[in-house]
Design a protein around this ligand. Structure first.
Ligand SMILES: CC(C)(COP(=O)(O)OP(=O)(O)OC[C@H]1O[C@@H](n2cnc3c(N)ncnc32)[C@H](O)[C@@H]1OP(=O)(O)O)[C@@H](O)C(=O)NCCC(=O)NCCS
Length: 169
């Protein structure tokens, strides 16, 4: 049984082809398709060659939670998130849209969906991610949804943050 994560109040999030985009928990039905998600060859310097690597990290590390990105009938991508209880930030990582599915609005829809999902959690104060300085496509997408560079770096990647909630004083 596949668990779909969406906010029925905000209505469906769609890509540029009009397909409804949802974040889908990893299940018996979809794990093969999610594992096979692969970027274009020249994007392998930014992300893993196959989402399978992220799935293994989520399964074994106990830190990350992977989801498949479903666009209509197709598993079109992968992303994952982790919670840092020390500072109340959620991290998004492993964001990959399959090479043939790129440029159709799936990445934007998936990022909107994960922002919606994480910002609804009462403990979430900020959403963070990191991006290679040469990855202008991803940085442009993140900036367009409100992420701003923090000036910090993680493994040579620039950290970007989206404030979600200001703690009460
Ligand atoms: C980055 C990525 C997730 C974007 O997904 P996508 O489905 O192709 O993106 P979308 O079609 O939703 O486009 C969203 C925005 O991304 C940016 N973008 C996407 N492709 C781009 C390109 N080739 N050149 C420049 N900007 C681009 C644009 O700002 C675009 O804005 P628009 O909606 O106004 O056109 C996808 O290109 C990808 O998987 N890349 C390889 C893996 C990767 O780099 N992941 C990010 C790690 S930090």
């Amino acid at each position: 049984m596949t668990q779909q994560i969406a906010d029925p109040i905000a209505g469906p999030i769609t890509d540029r082809l009009g397909r409804v985009v949802v974040l889908e928990g990893i299940s018996e039905d979809n794990w093969r398709a999610v594992a096979d998600v692969a970027p274009a060859d020249d994007q392998r310097r930014f992300v893993a060659a196959l989402a399978a690597r992220y799935l293994l990290l989520s399964l074994n590390g106990g830190v990350w939670t992977s989801v498949g990105v479903r666009a209509g009938d197709t598993i079109a991508g992968h992303l994952m998130w982790a919670y840092d209880a020390e500072d109340g930030t959620h991290w998004v990582g492993g964001m990959v849209v399959s090479a043939p599915e790129q440029g159709r609005g799936v990445g934007r829809a998936a990022l909107r969906a994960v922002i919606q999902r994480l910002s609804a959690l009462p403990e979430c104060r900020e959403i963070r991610l990191s991006c290679h300085p040469d990855n202008t496509a991803a940085a442009r997408l993140y900036a367009s949804l409100g992420f701003r560079a923090t000036g910090e770096y993680e493994d040579e990647e620039a950290v970007m943050a989206l404030p979600v909630r200001v703690p009460a004083v």
